[in-house]
Design a binder for this molecule. Structure first.
Ligand SMILES: Cc1ncc(COP(=O)(O)O)c(C=O)c1O
Length: 393
């Protein structure tokens, strides 16, 4: 089968970023990349802060945060007053877990596609409260219907106090049918926390249409916000129960201000986040989405061809907007997290290509992303050089 054509480049897009031109940046998924205009917007805010710190923090900052949050929530289709800005998805998950009031014998249900740090947070909350963590195995190739069925059968109504699922998984780049999962969980009276770390900017699904009890997503990955910008959306019945990790001066203001105000911090990443949306909109949100997904699909195919992986063995990401794609590595390679990290570093050093190497269920995977600053030849160069590097085990 022939490799599909790469998408038309978006003219000038690479110039919007300060990325090292000597490196192919094929892992936007882990930490994003902040456009130069957004970096400058944040620097202007820092200049304002440093010109008069007292005025910056005490006159209007809480309101500026609220205005920014409403703007970002509007873009994501979340309730502007039922959402709180947090530093990152990990923090949002921790806020939710510790607000649930878990008791001994309660169960937190998640899947084996969950993000490692989120699994660790679940384990710690369970140790702290006497609750139990149960992880549902879900085959990589499961269809949406099969996935929903596995979850339906895995729920233990009355015991399962929360179900934690990803909207788009990190290690397996798989889109979960979150609205359908929420529907099934609701039928059984089980609240759902959606880890949507990759959704903002990449996926067009609105937060409201998923209908989860809790949803948290990063704007610092695919929405071009400065790092440290995430939104936690909470359904009305939970808002009074949500406690911040750190009690500070807005505690008596209730949700969301009490979660947002976390004492003296650099809040400029949040205030500059709308500049990220501006960049996305000025490039054309739909155009960026379809470009990135098509380029990631192209990169997946050229690298898979070079490694001798037939198209039938490439996992289906589950949706047309998914801009991260997996390629299986030869059996036994990157089988552990440590081995995966070592291989990722070796590819970075030897091939000047930043990629993600994932270890999932004892199997190693290469994860590639597509972004507006990438070009087809970056994947072609990786494809030309990777087989020799992998052969030098
Ligand atoms: C699915 C998923 N959840 C959570 C996170 C954590 O994001 P952060 O480090 O911004 O908290 C990531 C980061 O890549 C992720 O992919």
């Amino acid at each position: 089968m022939s490799v599909p054509q790469p998408p038309e480049p978006i003219p000038g897009a690479r110039l919007l970023f300060s990325l090292d031109p000597a490196v192919s940046h094929l892992n936007h998924g882990s930490f994003g990349a902040v456009p130069i205009g957004v970096q400058r917007a944040q620097q202007r805010l820092r200049d304002e802060m440093e010109a008069n710190p007292l005025r910056f923090f005490t006159q209007g900052l809480v309101d500026r945060i609220a205005h920014t949050r409403r703007h970002l929530a509007g873009f994501l289709g979340a309730d502007p007053d039922g959402s709180a800005l947090v530093g990152n998805t990990t923090t949002g998950v921790a806020v939710v877990l510790q607000s649930l009031g878990l008791q001994p014998g309660d169960e937190v249900l998640s899947t084996d596609h969950g993000y490692g740090a989120v699994s660790l947070a679940i384990q710690r909350e369970c140790r702290r409260t006497g609750a139990v963590s149960r992880v549902l195995p879900i085959p990589l190739a499961a269809s949406d219907e099969q996935l929903v069925q596995i979850i339906r059968e895995g729920l233990r109504p009355g015991r399962t106090r929360v179900l934690v699922v990803d909207q788009l998984t990190s290690a397996t780049a798989k889109l979960f049918p979150t609205a359908a999962i929420v529907g099934v969980a609701r039928e059984h009276g089980v609240p759902v926390l959606v880890d949507a770390a990759h959704a903002p900017g990449m996926l067009s699904t609105t937060v409201a249409s998923i209908g989860a009890d809790f949803w948290v997503g990063n704007l610092h990955k695919w929405a071009y916000a400065p790092r440290g910008t995430a939104l936690l959306a909470v359904a009305p019945q939970w808002r009074d129960r949500i406690e911040p990790l750190v009690v500070s001066w807005e505690q008596e203001s209730g949700f969301p201000a009490r979660v947002e105000w976390q004492a003296t911090l650099d809040y400029t990443s949040w205030l500059a986040a709308p500049a990220g949306l501006f960049t996305l909109r000025s490039l054309g949100v739909d155009r960026v989405r379809s470009h990135n997904a098509a380029l990631a699909a192209y990169g997946q195919r050229v690298v898979a061809d070079a490694l001798g992986v037939p198209p039938a063995q490439l996992p289906d990401p589950g949706g047309p907007e998914v801009s991260l794609r997996l390629i299986p590595l030869p059996a036994g390679m990157a089988a552990t997290i440590d081995a995966a990290r070592a291989l990722q570093a070796r590819i970075g050093e030897r091939l000047a290509a930043e990629v993600a190497v994932m270890s999932w269920n004892g199997r190693g995977w290469l994860r590639l992303t597509g972004q507006v600053y990438n070009t087809a030849d970056e994947y072609e160069q990786l494809a030309a050089r990777l087989p020799a590097l992998l052969a030098q085990r």
